[in-house]
Structures are given as C-alpha cells and as structure tokens.
Design a protein. Structure first.
Length: 437
C-alpha cells in the first residue's frame, strides 16, 4: 500500500497535508461538550478499563491540643489519614468510513476527495461530542427521577422512570451495588426510605434522554401517598437538578416554567459552594437555543443584560458571558417530548474536572514505512485513514476515521462538609442540570 497507487490528481492533496487540514477543520469546527474534558492518555497492555484513585484532604483541626497529654513519643497526637475514592475509565472503538469511486466521480475527484475528508471530520466531531454529552447527562441526571405508576397499596417496590444513579453506592471509596448491606437513602414523595436494589425493566419505557426505566426495592413499604405517579424520587447523594419555580419532578413542570435568571444564579452558587474550579473565569452552560430564549423572557435578566453586552461573540450570536456563566448554545442538548406542559429542555452547567477523556495511546499505530505515513494521520486523538483502491477494478478509495477511548465522571465524595462546610452531599459535584420548558 502506498501513495503512488493513488491517481496523480490526489497525490499532492495527501502529500501537502491538505486532506488532513480538511479533516481537522471539520473535527474542530465548534465548541462542544468534549471541550470541557480533561484529557488523559490511556496506556496499552492494561486491558479495556483503568481504575483511577483520587485522594481527599484531611479535616481542619479546630480543637487545641491538651497540654497534659503532651507526653511520650507521640506528644498526645493520634495519626489520621486522608480518604480516597476511585472511578473507572473504560475505552471502546468508534469509527466510520466513506467510499469514493474514482471512475464515477470523473473530473471532480479531487474536490470530492477533500469534501469526504471534511465530512468525516464533522462526523467524528459530532460523534465524540455526543458520547461526551451522553456520559455527562447520564451522570448528572442520575439519582433524580419520578414515580411512574401509582401504588395501589403500600409496597416495597416502586416503578420509576429512570434507575440511573440508584444502582451503586460508594463504600470505602469504591462504588458497589446497592444492597441490603449497602443501602442508599432515597426520598420518595415526602418520605425517606432505604433503597436495597434497582432492577431495569425488560422493555425500556423511560421518557428521560437515554433513561432506563425499572423498579426500586426498599427495605420498608412505601406509602401510597408517596408512591403516587409523578412524585419525585431523589437519592441523598444525587447530583443537584434544579427546576424552574422549584418543581419537584420533571412531570411537575407547568406552562410558563421557562428558564429564569434565578435558576442560573442558583446553579453557580451550588458549584461555588462545592468549590468547583471554573473554566477560564466562568462556568460553561450548555443549552439549546429555545431554552436560552426563555431566559430572555425573564424581566430580571433583560434588565441586567440591556445594553451591557457588545462582544464580538455576542454580535455573531455564538457565546454570551454573564452571571458567572459562559452560555454556549448547542444543537446537541438532549431533547424530551412533552409530559403535558411542553417540551422539556435541560441546561448543563459545569466546571473544570467535570469530565475526563481517555485517549488510547496506540491509536494510529502502524508498521507502514515512514514514507507511507501520509495515509494515516492523527488529528486530536482521532485517526484518519486513507486506503488505496483494493477492489478488482482498482476504482474505490476508502476514507475512514476511528477513535479508541472513553469518558468518565470523577466523583468528589471526599470533598464533604468536614472539608468544605458549604459542600453538598452529592457524589458528582462539578455539574448542575437545570430543567425547564
């Protein structure tokens, strides 16, 4: 396989790096969810997953030492250690390809060749961005759902719309399945119960984006008033989910519950309470344009905003920086059909360290001689591969891309109220979701 086996019209495009630039321009064409990820190399020869360990801090000392115990070799001191927590990063391979028939394309082959590269780049960008988005929302919507079917009588099992976030609890820094020996405290309606298990439905009927419907098992009966359809079901360690006008669940949203400035300020306050680092001075807020439109209907926001913004990014309608937030409109924000009052929109506000991306270090590895490496190009951890015609008639060129890697959400369990008095009890503290119409 070599570059000399390509038509003369295509060889300069490959040799001069034009094909790579076209792929790169498509891959990096916009700011998305992947942009907030902390990038890490995933070593080879260690399997498909890697477990990362984070150490916590030690609680501040507020009590003076007792002079009477200042004796012997320990001077009255008792050694204390810092806590640890772990998260797992797994990798998979993603990719796609497109064929170019040199005969049927005729004189336009060079233009089509470059266009295919850019199209592949756009597809790769959107694919990785969507994978990152799915991981973020799966985590930061977890542990916060609603009752799906009203109980006919008190029972220990409740059907819910989404069991994500209810399946694992952290014990000694490690995530283990919820069980009777490792229960999770959950609020159902107005009552507090101990969760001992979560089972997915055989047929998924969840209305939440990428949700998993199922049943939750508790150690004691849930009352019929708490187990009424539409009631909120919230884990004690769930990430913070804010809803306009303080609605208890997604199903409780009503007409007029559009995004408000107070929702944004509450999200920023939550992140700051957890001492979440910002991203270049601001927190990123990913939302769709319709949800952003609701913010411009808020009188308080309009009063603050009026005449105060004249940046180039605003003039081009791309990014707005206000209220401690960097509003980033995106078409990739997950959509949910109406539950009665209107389509449901979800903004994600996050700070630095909310997402970790692992890129496999051997992506793009090849034994091809140095002179032929123009056929394999690495662009932002994505491998672009151009294959010479191998069919019987030597007509079809294959242009492909692939990426080997994965995303993970690090927890911040060790940043508890003993370390940060204003911290929430959430496992995942670096993001907040705002639900509105």
């Amino acid at each position: 396989m070599g570059i000399q086996n390509f038509p003369a019209a295509l060889q300069p495009i490959i040799q001069q790096g034009f094909l790579q630039r076209e792929f790169q321009s498509g891959l990096q064409s916009r700011l998305g969810f992947r942009a907030i990820a902390d990038r890490e190399d995933f070593p080879n020869k260690i399997g498909e997953t890697i477990t990362k360990t984070r150490k916590g801090l030690k609680a501040p000392v507020e009590t003076p030492l007792n002079p009477t115990t200042n004796t012997n070799l320990d001077n009255g001191l008792t050694p204390s250690g810092w806590t640890v927590e772990q998260y797992t990063l797994g990798i998979n391979m993603y990719g796609d390809t497109i064929d170019l028939n040199m005969v049927t394309q005729g004189v336009g082959i060079a233009k089509q060749f470059a266009a295919n590269a850019k199209t592949n780049g756009v597809q790769a960008m959107q694919s990785l961005d969507r994978i990152a988005r799915n991981v973020l929302y799966a985590g930061y919507l977890g542990g916060n759902t609603r009752v799906r079917t009203t109980l006919g009588a008190p029972a220990t099992t409740v059907a819910v719309d989404d069991i994500r976030g209810f399946q694992y609890v952290m014990v000694n820094g490690v995530m283990v399945p919820v069980s009777s020996s490792n229960p999770m405290t959950v609020t159902v309606g107005a009552g507090v119960y101990q969760l001992t298990g979560a089972t997915p439905d055989g047929s998924n009927v969840s209305a939440a984006p990428k949700g998993v419907s199922g049943t939750l098992q508790f150690s004691a009966n849930v009352s019929t008033s708490d187990g009424t359809a539409g009631n909120g079901v919230v884990s004690a360690v769930a990430p913070v989910v804010l809803r306009t006008n303080g609605r208890a669940s997604t199903a409780a949203l009503q007409a007029g519950d559009t995004l408000q400035m107070q929702d944004c300020l509450s999200a920023v306050a939550t992140l700051r309470s957890n001492n979440v680092p910002d991203i270049n001075g601001l927190y990123n807020c990913y939302l769709d344009d319709k949800q952003l439109l609701g913010l411009f209907k808020d009188p308080d926001f309009k009063l603050l905003y009026r005449g105060a913004y004249g940046s180039e990014t605003y003039k081009t309608g791309q990014i707005i920086e206000l209220l401690g937030l960097r509003f980033i409109p995106t078409n990739e924000a997950p959509q949910q059909a109406s539950l009665g009052a209107g389509a449901i929109h979800r903004a994600l506000i996050c700070g630095q360290g909310a997402l970790v991306e692992g890129d496999y270090v051997s992506t793009g590895y090849s034994d091809i001689p140095e002179a032929q490496k123009g056929l394999i190009e690495m662009v932002d951890a994505v491998c672009m591969v151009t294959r010479e015609p191998l069919d019987r008639l030597q007509q079809i060129i294959a242009q492909s891309w692939y990426w080997i890697g994965g995303f993970a959400l690090p927890t911040d369990v060790t940043a508890n109220a003993n370390i940060i008095p204003t911290a929430t009890n959430s496992y995942l503290k670096r993001g907040v979701v705002i639900e509105s119409l």
